[in-house]
Design a protein around this ligand. Structure first.
Ligand code: F6R
Length: 615
């Protein structure tokens, strides 16, 4: 959580910082601020509660000149979201300013020690402790700022990406990383830094992803220097950034969420491209192919993930067990990491994460690695921590997902799971060549079917959303492959519209939740043509018999469930194991249009952040 951005060079830093903060706002938007070192070396901090736009209003008319600056958008962990707790934080003397993404775990102990040395604190944050610790080390040891940062970080336990500037040093920023992402962009005599590459992409395509335990010195017109905490020089691996600026703009859509929903025909195609041959129908996922023996000899596969990625993983479980007959377990990463799971080197652990930075997922991966498991990553953000911590992996290639509510990453993850299952099933000869080709072809047909859905469903779902925008609660039901889709549909509604929604396996209704049914409790029932269709139809009957209002998601040619329902959303049909992709699209649109009809901030729902880098 929290986004950090910085610039040092000859340009005016303020516009770069503000634009960068807007790009990073998906990471948190409780407060925002920046620090600038001006031409004469003066160090000024500007910060306020609220979004980046509030910060822009706040500094209107103020002097924001300076070509060295750091900026921050916050998702509050320590201390309530207000302007005092907002970053950057000054040290006591106001000589040093610091921004921080992450958590300093031993802040209380360090704070006590600093108070004993006469330090005073204005905020409740762990960050203010760190900036004062740096100042303390600098003053006590009479050392350089770099050595002070090193000395302070050696005493710190926690996760962080930090950037530090100092009064009188308008040509230098010091940055460091431990378990929180940090990218340095290298320009002509200038440097950029950010939590991810999105604020950097329009200035340079040369980037360095800092590793854990590295400190970088960004000095205008000087080569980049990277050292570890013991001051040993570290190798610098400059990567070429492959990112398109247009992917970071709304492209005419009102919100990123709507844009990303509509991008899915393309993103599913991008995910399949180069991996599934439209001629031979063969699937080539090099990360799976090159490690096939690990998967094939696996005692079981354990999938760890959070949130939407966890829902996609449940579909992955169905796909792999269904097609490959390999036992699969899906775990919340946050539970797995703390419950002392039984693991062995014969287990394969798949970590699924859009951002590749989710703290719990990373911790679950470490646990699995320590137990000798083979760890395979499925993520979207290139070069992310999950990608780097995996033994092998597979990107979903859906492009930057800016909306806090995940949509295209979900369908990308399901698409990748389908390709993994097909590859393994084929290698294990658990499915016939005919079935393999049938599913490969169905995967290739998905983008066109999703496009057809978007063309026909967008307007009617907008109308439907208008009818249900004032509902207080919702139940989503589905069975088999569609149960995780029900969970995901309910999560989407909750997070963007703030309507309480629960997902249930349809048959579980009668074990409790059916008590909730009355005419004020709409039930969204997924009843597509699969082996469980008749059974789901009976579950819908049970709801109707108790006066419930039913919105069903049914096939284009459905006759039975659509007749029982108050409203029916009709979707095209493909193989049941790929239907989760086609069913999730209208549920995404439904959540979006309800939130928009309520006038809510769809892309940045309250209390949420896209990248959950704290546990
Ligand atoms: C929901 C959503 C979250 C994320 C979760 C995991 O729309 O976006 O539930 O899915 O925080 O994030 P990643 O996939 O980045 O690990």
């Amino acid at each position: 959580m929290c986004g950090i951005v910085g610039y040092v060079g000859d340009r005016n830093a303020y516009p770069i910082l503000i634009k960068g903060l807007h790009r990073l706002e998906y990471r948190g938007y409780d407060s925002a601020g920046f620090a600038l070192v001006g031409k004469n070396g003066e160090l000024n901090v500007y910060k306020c509660k609220g979004k980046v736009s509030a910060l822009e209003n706040f500094v209107e008319g103020k002097d924001v000149e300076g070509s060295c600056g750091i900026a921050h958008t916050r998702w509050a962990t320590h201390g309530e979201p207000n302007s005092v707790n907002a970053h950057p934080h000054y040290s006591c003397t106001e000589n040093i300013a610091l921004i921080h993404n992450g958590i300093i775990e031993n802040w209380a102990l360090l704070k006590k020690a600093l108070i004993r040395e006469g330090y005073e604190f204005k905020s409740e944050t762990d960050t203010e402790v760190l900036v004062n610790l740096i100042e303390y080390v600098r003053n006590t040891n009479k050392c350089s700022l770099l050595d002070a940062v090193r000395g302070a970080l050696k005493q710190v336990i926690g996760a962080y990406a930090i950037a530090v500037v100092e009064k009188g040093r308008e040509d230098e920023i010091i940055v460091a990383r431990q378990s929180s992402p940090l990218v340095v962009g290298i320009g002509e005599g200038e440097y950029f830094l950010a939590s991810d590459a999105t604020p950097i992409v329009e200035y340079t395509d040369k980037v360095v992803y800092l590793q854990d335990g590295e400190i970088a010195v960004l000095t205008k017109n000087k080569p980049l220097r990277v050292v570890n905490f013991d001051n040993a020089e570290c190798p610098i691996d400059v990567k070429k950034l492959e990112m398109n600026i247009s992917e970071l703009e709304k492209g005419g859509y009102k919100h990123f969420m709507l844009k990303e929903i509509h991008e899915q025909p393309k993103t599913i195609m991008d995910c399949l491209r180069g991996r599934l041959s439209p001629d031979s129908y063969d699937v080539i996922l090099s990360g799976v192919r090159d490690n096939a023996y690990r998967f094939l000899s696996a005692r079981r596969i354990i999938i760890v993930a959070c949130g939407t990625s966890w829902h996609a993983s449940l579909i992955g479980e169905h796909l792999i067990e269904d097609l490959c007959r390999i036992p699969v377990e899906v775990e919340y990463a946050s539970e797995f990491r703390y419950r002392n799971p039984v693991l062995s080197p014969e287990d394969v652990v798949i970590a699924v994460s859009q951002s590749g930075e989710t703290a719990d997922t990373l911790a679950a991966m470490s646990l699995a690695k320590a137990a000798g498991c083979f760890v395979f990553g499925i993520c979207n953000v290139i070069g992310s921590s999950v990608a780097r911590a995996s033994d092998a992996g597979c990107y979903i290639h859906v492009g930057p997902e800016i909306s806090v509510a995940s949509t295209k990453a979900f369908t990308g993850q399901v698409t990748v799971f389908a390709m993994i299952a097909l590859t393994l099933a084929n290698t294990l000869t658990r499915i016939s060549r005919d079935r393999f080709e049938q599913l490969s072809k169905a995967l290739l047909d998905l983008p066109a079917l999703v496009q057809a859905e978007l063309d026909t469903l967008d307007a009617p779902i907008k109308e439907l959303a208008e009818k249900f925008k004032d509902s207080r609660d919702f139940i989503y039901i589905g069975r088999g492959y569609e149960f995780p889709v029900a969970l995901e549909g309910a999560l989407k509604l909750k997070e963007v519209s703030y309507i309480h929604a629960d997902g249930y396996p349809a048959a579980e209704m009668k074990h409790g939740p059916i008590a909730l049914i009355d005419k004020t409790m709409p039930v969204l029932a997924i009843a597509i043509p699969d082996a469980l269709y008749e059974k789901t139809a009976s579950n819908v009957q049970e709801v109707k018999a108790r006066g419930g209002v039913v919105i069903s998601v049914v096939s284009n040619d459905d006759e039975m469930v659509s007749k029982m329902s108050d409203y029916a959303i009709r979707v095209p049909v493909t193989d049941p194991c790929l239907m989760p992709v086609l069913v999730s699209i209208p549920l995404q649109l439904f959540a979006y249009y309800i939130a928009d009809a309520k006038g809510l901030d769809v892309d940045q729902p309250r209390n949420l952040a896209k990248s959950v880098t704290v546990e």
